[in-house]
Design a protein around this ligand. Structure first.
Ligand code: GLA
Length: 388
């Protein structure tokens, strides 16, 4: 993390006065493959990144939170007992986490806090999950004797998105932020909650993100519509097969998808087609990784991009353009990462092709769109933790 404790501490003291508090950090994430599968009960393959969110927190013995956003230079105070909470979303994340932790029985008290992050905003690297996980982890430590388990902390962040922000997201981002481990990706089965760490050390390859800087914004976006389409398909399959145990597309088969054609909007079928394909791709990537077969990993990434662009329709012109450049530069794998609608592509590139790819992507993008995309080398880092 480029951010240091002191970057936050000096502002904390300046804006909130008094003695230092405790300092916590939580990262953003990348995802190798398994997109829009989390809320469909499928598999995801994320890892935490070095970039994240740092928060300094000091209980103040009242029922009020006094919060300062260092990046936005914005201050607000709000009561933990007022059900409405603050308006600005950067404070609502904190408020939502506090309320959810209280609902779990944690005796949260008021606190003074300042926070800052170095996850690029809107890049699809989960800056909001980093913020939620940071406060969930910190509150558990400061007020809850660390009695809440880590998966529940991740769910607190997810519930915050659902109830306080309005994004019906899955569990991937908060899970990755809480459980991240340096040098490891994680394969999570979002239906059972089981997961395993996969050491990520691809010899001869690098992972690099190219941020289109098209602002990815899931609030009020068609993200929730995508989820609804998937749920429509599940309902339709259940109507045809009342005895079948099916709660998500994880349990759906290609045959069943065919059967519901004409019974749900064609658009919903397209969405589900992507999800079923993506389930298979994650498993294929796991097999390939075990054999060290990065060519197959990359091939699957391109297939995911195609599906996200044509069937799930969460790409945009700039991301498709970056994907084409990757192909032209013989990059092994490339695709949109995260929710879509902007943000980054994630690229698996052979080391000897890296310099040429990055140079070409930056110059061609700039030529076409008049602005430079941002290159972010992926370093897999640790999850939520206490720094001081
Ligand atoms: C966003 C959501 C996640 C997940 C991804 C798409 O990042 O927060 O839950 O659905 O989109 O894979």
């Amino acid at each position: 993390m480029k951010l240091k404790i002191d970057d936050v501490r000096t502002r904390f003291i300046k804006h909130l006065g008094g003695e230092p508090g405790s300092v916590y950090a939580s990262p953003g994430r990348i995802n190798l493959i398994g997109e829009h599968t989390d809320y469909n009960g499928g598999f995801v393959f994320p890892g935490a990144v070095e970039q994240g969110m740092i928060a300094e927190i000091r209980p103040n013995g009242t029922r009020t939170i006094r919060a300062y956003s260092i990046d936005l230079k914005d201050y607000d105070e709000f009561s933990i007992d007022d059900e409405k909470g603050p308006k600005a979303s950067h404070f609502r994340y904190i408020f939502g986490v506090v309320r959810e932790m209280m609902a779990l029985g944690v005796p949260v008290q008021g606190f003074d806090t300042a926070f800052a992050g170095d996850v690029p905003n809107g890049a699809g690297m989960s800056s909001s999950a980093a913020l939620e996980s940071c406060y969930a982890f910190a509150i558990n430590d400061l007020f809850g004797d660390n009695k809440i388990d880590k998966m529940t902390l991740a769910k607190v962040g997810q519930a915050t998105e659902h109830k306080y922000i309005g994004v019906n997201c899955g569990i991937m981002d908060q899970f990755a932020s809480v459980f991240g481990k340096k040098g490891n990706l994680m394969r999570l089965d979002c239906r059972s909650g089981e997961f395993e760490y996969f050491p990520w050390n691809p010899k001869g390859y690098k992972l690099v993100l190219i941020n289109s800087c098209v602002k990815h914004e899931l609030v009020g976006s068609p993200y929730n519509d995508r989820r609804n389409s998937c749920e429509n398909c599940v309902k339709a399959i259940k109507e045809l097969h009342p005895d079948k145990e099916i709660t998500t597309l994880r349990e759906a088969t290609w045959e069943e998808l065919k059967e519901i054609e004409g019974k749900v909007p064609a658009e919903d079928i397209k969405r589900a087609t992507f999800v079923l394909g993506e389930k298979d791709r994650v498993l294929a990537v796991c097999d390939a990784l075990e054999k060290g077969d990065y060519e197959t990993v990359g091939q699957k990434m391109y297939e995911t991009h195609y599906g996200l662009s044509k069937d799930y329709e969460v790409s945009c012109e700039e991301l498709d353009f970056l994907n084409e450049i990757a192909k032209e530069c013989s990059v092994t794998g490339s695709r949109i990462m995260g929710g879509g609608f902007g943000g980054c592509t994630i690229n698996l590139v052979a080391e000897e092709l890296y310099d040429n790819f990055v140079k070409t992507a930056v110059s061609k993008f700039q030529e076409k769109y008049g602005k430079k995309p941002i290159v972010i080398d992926v370093v897999i880092g640790d999850g939520s933790r206490k720094l001081a």
